[in-house]
Design a protein around this ligand. Structure first.
Ligand code: NIG
Ligand code: FE
Length: 417
């Protein structure tokens, strides 16, 4: 017998896309958020099969799980397309240094930042890392994340990069939500290679990539293409090598300056280019008619006190725009996607509807999950958020930081928060 779930008493159902093959939303379409008032959702064997006005709800069977939304709103679960949740320790000491005036780049140049996280991760066992990351994964599912990407990049040695990606592989095996793994060996140049950076890049290309591919540990390859990290030429070398192993690119770019990260991402047909705090007309022109999704990470701007990616400008230029948490110990120690939505509205001037599309269907595009995630559509995975009874959709970003989740449903089952 089929397992069925009825979600009833939904004040308003948002994020409906009737055509489940829609890959993403761009420009003016981002402000459209398919909505039905007084609605139901019906899930069969973990997939959404029906939705509509409550009067049209199917008759429940003996074994139907009936979830009473109690007048809450229902949205598709978030798709968080950019995180670093496998890490060893938090970094409050750097937070205090920044309060006293040091910049993120100064701390990184002095051996802190990513290198600090790498030292801590190298000293931690795979099992310990797995447990810590699992706790974070389960925490963000409770906040409403229904699919997630996780990067390596705090290993920075062959063994430790593999260790991180093996942790992600183990998470994939136990996770109730879909996980995509990204190899980010080129996250920073380790101290011992400072005088000979090419040697480290050779290590990434000739040692790490083949092993990552042989163990099938990654879906994508990332490079931190920015000032003080990897140049455009170095980035391109690594991406071309990754392509030979079937790994598409997802790039960290233009966080610290107009560094050509967007251009190299588009040239190498990256799936996404993320950060974009420094994005001007040239970068916007370059993104036009590309398949590369621009991804803003407003938590990072908020936390580091750097500019916000010009999300409003990109949408007005008819581009798609995506938002992710960047959950990591250095620039975004918070994986709550509803806060990302709030920052996008408050600081980037996105409308609530745009911010929801940016964190759902466009996040799904950035992880090649548009056919299964990111909207309320027939056939998609039954991952939804039920809010507490709130007056409207806009109330979510309006009440920034407040936990408005009543229940999270994953594959038709209530997730135990
Ligand atoms: O996306 N900018 C590069 N990487 C991460 C931060 C890494 C860290 O500081 O630990 C980011 O912000
Ligand atoms: Fe990041």
């Amino acid at each position: 017998m089929k397992k069925t779930t009825l979600i009833k008493n939904i004040k308003s159902l948002h994020g409906i896309i009737d055509d489940s093959t829609t890959p993403l939303k761009a420009g003016a379409a981002m402000n459209e958020l398919g909505t039905i008032n007084d609605a139901f959702v019906w899930i069969e064997d973990g997939r959404i099969t029906q939705y509509g006005p409550i009067a049209e709800a199917p008759t429940t069977q003996e074994n139907t799980l009936v979830v009473d939304a109690q007048g809450g709103l229902v949205l598709p679960a978030f798709v968080d397309s950019h995180t670093h949740i496998v890490f060893a320790k938090s970094r409050e000491e750097e937070f205090e240094m920044r309060i006293k005036g040091k910049s993120y780049e100064e701390i990184a140049a002095a051996g802190g930042g990513i290198l600090n996280s790498a030292n801590k991760l190298q000293a931690m066992s795979e099992d310990e890392l797995f447990e810590a990351a699992k706790t974070r994964l389960f925490e963000v599912i409770g906040y409403g994340t229904g699919a997630i990407e996780i990067k390596s990049g705090y290993g920075l040695t062959v063994e430790d990069e593999l260790k991180m990606l093996r942790v992600v592989k183990r998470l994939k095996a136990i996770s109730p939500i879909t996980i995509k793994a990204t190899f980010l060996g080129a996250h920073a140049i380790p101290a011992q290679y400072k005088q000979n950076r090419n040697e480290y890049i050779d290590l990434v290309i000739n040692e790490m990539l083949p092993k990552v591919a042989a163990e099938n540990l990654a879906d994508y390859c990332d490079v931190f293409c920015d000032q003080g990290f990897f140049t455009v030429e170095e980035t391109e070398r690594i991406l071309i090598a990754a392509k030979q192993y079937g790994l598409k690119a997802k790039i960290h770019g233009n966080e610290l300056g107009y560094t050509g990260g967007v251009q190299v991402a588009v040239k190498q047909q990256a799936l996404s280019v993320d950060h974009l705090e420094y994005t001007g007309d040239e970068e916007i022109m370059c993104l036009k008619n590309s398949g590369t999704m621009p991804v803003g990470l407003p938590n990072c701007s908020f936390f580091l006190g750097i500019p916000y990616a010009p999300g409003r400008k990109m949408i007005d230029a008819d581009l798609p725009f995506c938002l992710a948490s960047d959950y990591n110990p250095g620039s975004s120690p918070n994986g709550r996607m509803s806060f990302v939505v709030a920052l996008a509205c408050i600081q980037m001037k996105l409308t609530p509807a745009e911010a929801i599309n940016a964190t759902t269907i466009n996040g799904a595009y950035a992880l090649e999950l548009s056919q299964t995630h990111g909207s309320i559509s027939k056939g998609k995975v039954g991952n939804v958020i039920i809010t507490k009874p709130i007056p409207s959709l806009a109330y979510i970003p309006y009440s920034f930081g407040v936990d408005l989740v009543y229940k999270v449903v994953i594959k038709g089952e209530i997730w135990n928060r």
